[in-house]
Design a binder for this molecule. Sequence first.
Ligand code: SF4
Length: 336
Amino acid sequence: MSIVYGPVPSRRLGRSLGINNIPPKICSYSCVYCQLGRTTRMQIERGAFYDPESMVIAVRERVNRCREKGEGVDYLTFVPDGEPTLDINLGKEINLLRPLGIKVAVITNASLLWREDVRQDLQGADWVSLKVDVVTRKAWRRVNRPQKTLKLEDVLAGMLRFADAFEGELSTETMLIKGFNDDSQEIGRIADFLRELKPDKAYLAIPIRPPAEKTVGAPGEEAVNTAYQSFKERLADVEYLIGYEGDAFASTGDAKDDLLSITAVHPMREGAVVKLLSKAGANWQAVQELIDEGSLVRLEYQGERFYMRRLPTPATRRVSPVSTKRPGQTPAPSDR
Ligand code: SF4
């Protein structure tokens, strides 16, 4: 089994070379939406899974091959088939990767951040994403289904301690699941916690690939927009990950394309849409056409009108190249 895969294009990380430092599927959680299926080995003890030196050799070889072909790698990303911080050698591996001169990212469920050694290991990374799906015990047990000795209070406190000391770029990811954590009260509590955590950027995601449990579904546009607005009231930078390869920063000059790419990462107020249209020399007809063809949705929130790209339906959802892992293997949900 290859420990290294990619690079794959990632909206968050550019060209990301994946490092699979945990065998399938060892995790401290068994999230209802996990696209790797149910956790087969639930554990919270850290262990050694692969030889760090061999792993670094494999990464170096892949990086060299990319460089020979003139392909860049923006990040070396620990995003395995389980929880990356279960790897007791994570800190050592990050240090051994440093001479390659490429930034290191870790996508973690954050459940072990109450441990000082885990916080210490992650300090060595340049970019860390923490999972914050819920902040109340009952919802946590329903959504993340943690290993039974874990305590939510410790997990949340560990995140705050880590965020306080971390000098790299901190992201969070919140998976919204219909009927599990998409009610306004839970969303408000998550947003309050994130305000305290102060991530550089908070991402809202929806399940876009087959989940571990059949009962899991994505909330509608209304709920996603409400969650976005609730986060935005408390946080500086919020985007959603809804399965489109939107690029909010690249203007094509085509009003329709630009509207779709911007609203694929966050909703737009009507005023902002009007400005964009006038910049592109277009008129409201472009918006109406997108609504009529079902690509754009009009929403109301607290008396204001917003526009959002329609969420992908299961039939049209595709496995984006951003999350494609090794051939034949299901991509990890956080790997987008
Ligand atoms: S989504 Fe991530 S944290 Fe949750 S069970 Fe799957 S691998 Fe573990």
